[in-house]
Design a protein around this ligand. Structure first.
Ligand SMILES: [Zn+2]
Length: 266
């Protein structure tokens, strides 16, 4: 059984969950036809704060979505729900789910199928609107019917920008990777941790000049990455990297390539 790593950010307890690892051609992330294989973890975050249990992003879901079969390979022995249980919780304990954006590797267990019966799922309206305009077969567009159903049934709420989900969990819109892409500040006062989602999803992306072929607005992604990581450095906030296959929690420090990761001792 894997152990779930946890740390504190102010009054919040942060648990690093795990929904396995995907392997894909680098070209699927960077654009072009790079043949190298690249590996990404999926580390949804569970934040325990007061009476609330908030999940940040939700992995691929029970299996690899059909649209990605052949392009992505999913490897895991345990999934997000197993890790939730190992952290000491049941699906019904989750009160809020924040989706950074609507890509398939972030929304799975929240939407396909909805796996948290007592949770409200939060999506930025701008992310939904962008997803509606994506071409048929695009992962973001595939999420639209589930989000619309959730809004209709009352378990999904559309956000209009920055705001507090519950005390200790604040979302901030930092677009670029997608429209309405949101990062999350966890904690209070000076004792904060930052969940960057796909604005800076792994250590290699701490370099602001590295642009993903899949970013909707590369210039916004670059600008937002610099601003957010500068703020994390100034606040000495641990940064949680959703797709980092190595240690997913780092501190960041300005360097000649933008930022470098500084390991955090356990
Ligand atoms: Zn992603």
């Amino acid at each position: 059984m894997a152990t779930v790593r946890s740390f504190d950010a102010g009054p919040a307890r942060v648990h690093l969950l795990d929904d396995g690892v995907f392997v894909t051609d680098a070209g699927n992330l960077f654009g072009g036809s790079k043949k190298a294989r690249i590996k990404g973890a999926m580390r949804p975050i569970l934040v325990e704060t007061g009476e609330n249990l908030v999940l940040l992003d939700a992995g691929f879901g029970p299996e690899l979505p059909e649209i990605l079969v052949g392009r992505y390979e999913l490897k895991r022995t345990e999934n997000l729900m197993d890790h939730l249980k190992e952290a000491g919780y049941a699906a019904g304990d989750v009160t809020h789910v924040v989706l950074s954006h609507l890509d398939a590797d972030h929304v799975g267990w929240a939407l396909e199928p909805p796996s948290f019966p007592d949770a409200t799922v939060y999506v930025q309206r701008a992310a939904l609107e962008e997803a509606r305009k994506m071409p048929e077969g695009d992962g973001r567009r595939e999420a639209v019917p589930a989000v619309e159903k959730g809004v209709e049934e009352g378990w999904c709420e559309l956000l209009e920008g920055d705001g507090e989900i519950v005390p200790g969990v604040r979302v901030e819109v930092r677009s670029g990777h997608s429209e309405g892409h949101q990062v999350v500040w966890i904690g209070a006062g000076d004792d904060l941790a930052l969940y960057t989602a796909d604005l800076a999803p792994a250590r290699i992306w701490l370099n602001p000049d590295l642009i993903a072929g899949v970013d909707t607005d590369p210039e916004a992604a670059r600008r937002n990455r610099i601003e957010v990581l500068t703020e994390a450095e100034n606040k000495n906030a641990p940064v949680i990297l959703y797709h980092e296959p190595g240690g997913p929690v780092v501190r960041v420090k300005g360097s000649e390539n933008g930022f470098e990761a500084v390991a955090i001792e356990d």
